[in-house]
Ligand binder design. Structure first.
Ligand code: PLP
Length: 489
């Protein structure tokens, strides 16, 4: 029986369809092939339950329910629920937050050619752990190791899931069951519950803290050494900076001390600045981060950094160093648990190859980090004009973007930002409506306005030579236009 043909009789509960009735509705049946019967049943239960709640709370009477049910209403209601459900997944987002390497938004977007290589690897079988000449089994990151060697001068390199994994693997492989020495100035929390002392504990390493929060000398490390010492560790303080009366141990000294006592040394570098000679310099912009090649040249055995911070590739933890030390990491059972899949490895190879080919400045994250205020002003002007045409109040002011992800603590990049006010919504309301849009847009609320930072927009068709990227600027304006029409309705 069609729900709408039943007499309302003033009792809304009697109009409430059963879950099976919802699933038999022609409009709902049409949805099955998209999601499957099981999911649809769950959503139908949710729908009926939410209507029952509304009736109970007295906000839905029989007449209102009847209007919801007529003319394919069940199909529409289920369609909306389905869209809400799907919107929770992993979707493309537009970043105007001004935080370039935004962990919440997936950090570095990869170059279109890198994405194509990742897609190709995902779609097919690939030569991952087999030598195509001999047919023998070999190592999945052999090629990456070679490419990293060319890029940063390492003897060997490996890749794992992320840099937190790289630190864990390093500590476990080099010092589990033994002691590792670390400076009190570097016992940091990186965020997302990555705390150096806790990672050490998880790796089964006894941590020996030396020095003071603001100053640590090589003599402190030396004084902390015992027969049990297996690792001298240096950690980049990431999103934290000690200023004033400070001193930290020079990596050369740490490396020499390790060598003298036959103890391994490792440096968790984090952000992974790479300055190939063919790229515009990024180091000065991000506040003099240590370059991976300089870190290695200091003689430290192991240097680790993220693939998706300043390097601008897919998420990974990259570990480079001496052949002997990297071999110890490779033999550790944790390496098997943390190693990268073929898709990530394909992306890493492609990213490093682009840099080696002299095209590193095309990497989207680098483009954004290197953009000057003058580069960004024309984009800001275009956006301002289009948004004003849509009825928003817009002012351009000088603002600051951030590299993000602790890749360059305390560094702000100057550039124009748009201060937007919506005649119909509060700044928080506008921000929420933008997040709920398709694609979702992530902006910053400051005081009585919403700030849009053009630095973090991907420049698609409009940018020179970097086609294949989504055109964020165009899609951002479409989202604003849709907000105007929905608010006007
Ligand atoms: C970012 C960072 C990490 C964590 O790296 P992920 O790639 O996010 O796992 C660890 N150590 C340092 C010093 C970092 O900057």
């Amino acid at each position: 029986m069609e729900p709408s043909t039943r007499p309302a009789g003033g009792n809304p509960y009697r109009l409430l369809p059963a879950v099976d009735e919802v699933l038999r509705d022609p409009g709902v049946v049409a949805l099955v092939e998209n999601v499957g019967r099981g999911v649809l049943r769950t959503l139908a239960q949710r729908l009926v339950e939410s209507w029952r709640e509304e009736i109970k709370e007295g906000v839905l009477d029989a007449a209102q329910l009847e209007t919801r049910l007529v003319d394919g209403g069940l199909g529409r209601a289920m369609g909306e629920l389905l869209n809400e459900d799907r919107a929770r997944g992993l979707h493309r987002a537009i970043n105007v937050s001004g935080v370039v390497l935004n962990t919440g938004l997936g950090r570095a977007p990869v170059h279109p050619e890198v994405a194509a290589r990742m897609e190709a690897a995902a779609r097919s079988f690939c030569v991952l752990e087999v030598d195509r000449i001999s047919g023998e089994r070999n190592r999945r990151d052999e090629r990456l190791s070679q490419l990293l060697g060319r890029l940063v001068g390492s003897e060997e390199g490996i890749a794992v899931n992320n840099n937190a994994g790289a630190a864990l693997l390093t500590m476990h492989a080099l010092a589990t069951g033994k002691e590792a020495i670390v400076s009190r100035g570097e016992l940091v929390e990186i965020g997302g519950s990555f705390r150096v002392p806790e990672v050490m504990a998880a790796a089964g390493v006894r941590m020996v803290e030396v020095g003071a929060t603001n100053r640590t000398r090589i003599a402190d490390y030396e004084g902390g050494m015992t027969a049990e010492t297996a690792l001298l560790m240096k950690v980049h303080p990431s999103n934290f900076r000690v200023v004033g009366f400070t001193s930290e141990v020079k990596p050369e000294e740490l490396a020499a001390l390790g060598r003298q006592h036959r103890v391994a040394s490792a440096w968790d570098l984090g952000s992974g600045l790479v300055e190939a000679k063919t790229m515009r310099p990024l180091g000065a912009r991000v506040g003099g981060e240590t370059e991976v090649s300089d870190a290695l040249a200091s003689g430290i055995d192991i240097v680790s950094f993220s693939g998706d911070k300043l390097l601008g590739g897919p998420q990974a933890g990259l570990i480079v160093g001496t052949a002997e030390a990297v071999a110890r990491l490779r033999q550790d059972p944790l390496y098997r648990a943390l190693r990268c899949d073929k898709v990530t490895l394909a992306g890493l190879e492609a990213t490093v190859e682009l840099i080696l080919a002299g095209r590193g400045d095309e990497l989207p994250a680098r483009l954004m980090l290197l953009a000057s205020s003058e580069d960004l002003h024309p984009i800001a002007e275009q956006l301002k004009e289009a948004l004003m045409d849509l009825g928003f109040k817009v002012k351009i002011e000088e603002g600051e973007s951030q590299p993000g992800s602790g890749s360059a603590p305390g560094i702000f990049l100057k550039g124009p930002v748009l201060r937007v006010t919506d005649p119909k919504r509060s700044p928080a309301g506008l921000a929420a409506a933008l997040r709920a849009s398709s694609p979702p847009v992530f902006a910053r609320v400051q005081g009585d306005a919403l700030l849009l930072d053009p630095r973090t927009l991907l420049r698609g068709a409009t940018s020179s030579g970097a086609s294949g990227m989504p055109d964020d600027q165009e899609d951002l304006l479409k989202v604003f236009a849709s907000l105007v029409s929905s608010a006007g309705a």
